[in-house]
Design a protein around this ligand. Sequence first.
Ligand code: TEU
Length: 511
Amino acid sequence: MDFPWWTRAVIYQVYPRSFADSDGDGVGDLAGLIGRLDHLSALGVDAVWLSPFYPSPMVDFGYDVADYTDVDPLFGDLATFDRLVAEAHARGIRVVIDWVPNHSSDRHEWFQASRSSRDDPKRDWYVWRDGRPGGLPPNDWVSTFGGRAWTFDPPSGQWYLHVFASAQPDLNWANPHLAEAMLGTLRFWLDRGVDGFRIDVVQELGSIPDPPSPQADWARGQDWPEGHAIVRRIRGVLEEYDDRMAVGEVYVLDQERLASFLVTGDELHLAHNFVFLRAAWSAPRMRAVIEEFARVATGAAWPTWCLENHDHSRVATRYGPGRARAAALLLLGLRGCAFMFQGQELGLPDAEIPPGAVVDIDGRDPVRAPMPWEPPSVAGPGAGFTTGTPWLPVVQEAERLAASVQRGDPGSDLAFWTRLIALRRELAALGPEGSERLLDSGDAVLAWVREAGDERLLIAINMSAERVLCDLAELGEAPAHVLLSTDSGRPDDDARALGLAPDEGVVVRLP
Ligand code: TEU
C-alpha cells in the first residue's frame, strides 16, 4: 500500500508576522522565512503551513483578505513567494498555504463593488438581507468575535453577514460566479507550485441565513449540507493536480461531524481536531478522544493531531512547562499527520503582553509573540527576530529558550524534538504503515503500541504528578530498550517494570 506524503508528514505552521523579519520593520516577512529555512531542515519537518500573507488591512492579521492572488508588501511580493517555494522544495520541504474562503476583507474590490449598489453584478457575491421591522437585523446570529453577525449598510438599506469581524463580510458561495472566482484563486497558487491548503473555518461554509433562525441554531456550530458540496468542489480543483493536500480547520467539537468531512474521500484529506487540542492533560480523557476518533474515522478518514496554533494558548502554558516534551511525544507518537506551531519546538510559553501592547481583536497576542532566535543579551531586544522594534514583545524567557541557545544543548527541548522527528522518519512502526493499539494502562499513564512488520514499539506517557511503575504485559520478560525519553538523562536500560517520573514519556523497543 502506498501512503501519500501527508499521511506521514510533520507540518510546521509559520505565522509570517512573527517568524523572522528581514528588513527591520519589526514585522516578519517571506524573505525572513527563507533565511531561516535551515532551522526547519535541521528540525526535520516535511512541510510548512503559512498563515495568510495576502494583501490585507490586518483587522484580523491577514485572515481578512483583500486580494487572494497577491502578497502584502509588508511580507514581500510574488517573486519572493516563488523563491520561497523553490528554496523550500530544494530542501525537501513542502509548502502549504492558508486559504480563507468563508469571508474576505471589506477592502476587497469584490466587496467594494458589492456594497456600491443593489444592482451591482457582484451584489450577490456576499450575503445581503433585508432587516426585520424596527431596525432589527435579519436574525439574531452573533459573531465569533462578539456582537451582531450583521452590519447595516445605510446607502443600500440592507444588512451583510459576517461570522467574524464586521470588516470580514461572508462570501456567498451560492453565487456561481463567486464560487468560480474563488476556485480560480486555488489554481493560481497550485500553478505556482504550492503543495496544499489549510482551509479556514470550513464548518461555516455555506451557511444559509434564511429564514431567520434562532440563536440556538448558530450555537450548533454549523456544518451545513451546502458546506460539504463546496468542499467537494474545492477537492475537485486539487484533483486536477498531482499529490496536493487540503487540511480543514473544522472547528466542530464533535469528532463524528469532524470525520464527516473525511470519510467519503472526496472532501478534505485532513482536518484539524479541536476535540483533541482542547482535551485535558489526563490519560483517560486523551484515551477516550483517540479511541473515539478511531471509531468514527471510517473509509478514507486519516488522523491529524495538533496541540498548538496561532489561536490557542501554548502547551507549555496550558499543560505546564514540564509537560511540553511529553506533549510532543503524544503528538508525534500517534498514528497520523502531525501539525506543530512555530516555537513549539522551543517549548515556548505564552508571552506576557502588557495591556498597552494588546493588538488582536480576540486577545490572541500571547501565542503570537515573535520567535526568539538568539538571546537578547547577544542580539538585543529583537532576539534575532528583528533588528527593529518587534510588533509584539518576545517571550520573557527568550534568554534561556532562544533557538541558538537550545541548538547547542543536547538536553534542550529543541534537541528532543529533533531526535523525535528523526525517530519518526526512521522507524516504520511510527509511520502510516505502523498499526496503533491503545493499552489499558490505568488512570496515570497513556500507553500505546505501534507495530510494523517485526518492529514493535511501546509509547508510554505518565500524565500524573506521581512516579509510577508501569508493569505492562507487553514489556514481556526479556530486557527492552528505551529508545527515547523526555528525560534526557535517563539511561537506555532494561525497561521491564518501567518506572516513569511525573510527566515523563518514553519510546521503548519491545522484544
Ligand atoms: O479561526 C476560526 C475560529 O473559529 C477562531 O475564531 C477560534 O474560534 C478562536 O480563535 C478560538 O480562540 C480562524 C483563524 O484561525 C483565526 O485566526 C481567524 O481569526 C478566524 O478564522 C477568522 O478568519
